[in-house]
Design a protein around this ligand. Structure first.
Ligand SMILES: NC(=O)c1ccc[n+]([C@@H]2O[C@H](COP(=O)([O-])OP(=O)(O)OC[C@H]3O[C@@H](n4cnc5c(N)ncnc54)[C@H](OP(=O)(O)O)[C@@H]3O)[C@@H](O)[C@H]2O)c1
Length: 275
């Protein structure tokens, strides 16, 4: 017999290690929503055809992960303001009238984890963002919305940081530089948005760049503490956190877009930490 549950998926390449199916299964169970959510591997040159096939088979929505967030942005027939600012889409909603809405829930997911789950205040704080790639672009708008004193973007390739800062300068005090320019600076919150943790390495940070009661946050997460989370602990961070909470919070925002209600995230984060 054919399944009558609404169909959702996360599309990426690779995709087998994604935690999103497990997260959405827990959300569905908790809220009593009848839906199925699966991983969808798209060929590197086959994002559009894979997504079209999923939609034509009745799919209701998708999450999008590496390396397809830019293609998803192009694929959407309309986009939210935050997706427009991020230049990338991590959530698609397929409406019965044929419209395809593209949103980006990564940035709000990070803010929810920092402020609701960990009680951090971002207003008036000095924030350092490491990296100037897609993840950094996705979080800058929501971070600036919180009213920090300033945001500095530091990147291996300094020009990318400068260009990224320039494109967000209408939203608040943000500047870009290379890592060498950090030697005389101090920040209350350092967010690692580089992919250095994937290679278990660290951006070259001066030791005193974190203020005495400062916090560290790595967008990446792993079963063991990342190199950056360890760096934070070694340098006296009040909190040194990984990105698992952000992953669950961005998923909750996607779930809300699709189903109209926001699931409880605390129990899901706890379950993933202990699994
Ligand atoms: N928790 C979540 O929900 C979530 C959501 C989105 C992304 N992420 C994570 O965010 C990270 C970045 O993703 P992305 O999409 O932004 O990647 P990306 O677009 O490829 O950008 C990578 C960035 O990392 C820098 N970089 C790479 N290796 C480095 C090294 N060894 N030392 C210093 N800088 C280095 C690059 O610098 P150059 O410009 O000089 O090359 C660039 O700024 C990934 O680890 C991803 O898993 C997490």
């Amino acid at each position: 017999m054919m399944s009558t549950a609404d169909q959702y998926a996360v599309v990426g390449n690779p995709i087998e290690h994604s935690k999103s199916p497990e997260i959405h299964r827990m959300f569905a169970e908790q809220t009593g929503q009848k839906l199925e959510y699966r991983p969808l591997l798209a060929p590197l040159d086959g994002f559009r055809s894979s997504v079209e096939a999923f939609r034509e088979a009745g799919g209701r929505g998708l999450n999008i992960t590496v390396p397809f967030k830019l293609e998803a942005w192009e694929f959407a027939s309309q986009r939210t303001n935050r997706a427009e600012r991020a230049g990338a889409v991590n959530t698609l909603v397929f409406y019965p009238d044929g419209r395809i809405l593209g949103d980006n829930t990564d940035g709000v997911g990070l803010i929810a984890d920092l402020t609701r789950n960990h009680g951090l205040v971002l207003a008036g704080r000095r924030i350092l963002v490491l990296g100037a790639g897609g993840a950094a672009r996705g979080i800058l708008g929501p971070l600036l919305d919180e009213g920090p004193e300033e945001i500095v973007i530091a990147n291996r390739t300094a020009e990318r940081a400068e260009m990224l800062a320039e494109s967000f300068s209408n939203l608040g005090p943000v500047s870009g530089c290379g890592f060498d320019a950090l030697s005389t600076r101090e920040f209350d919150l350092i967010i690692n948005a580089t992919s250095a943790s994937l290679e278990d390495s660290l951006p070259p940070l001066p030791g005193h760049v974190l203020s005495s009661d400062g916090c560290c946050y790595d967008l990446m997460y792993a079963d063991k503490p990342t190199a950056f989370v360890l760096w934070g602990r070694e340098h006296g961070a009040l909190k040194s956190l990984d990105g698992l909470g952000m992953l669950v919070e961005q998923a909750a925002e996607s779930f809300k877009l699709w189903r109209g209600l926001r699931p409880d995230t605390t129990s899901v984060i706890q379950a993933l930490r202990t699994s």
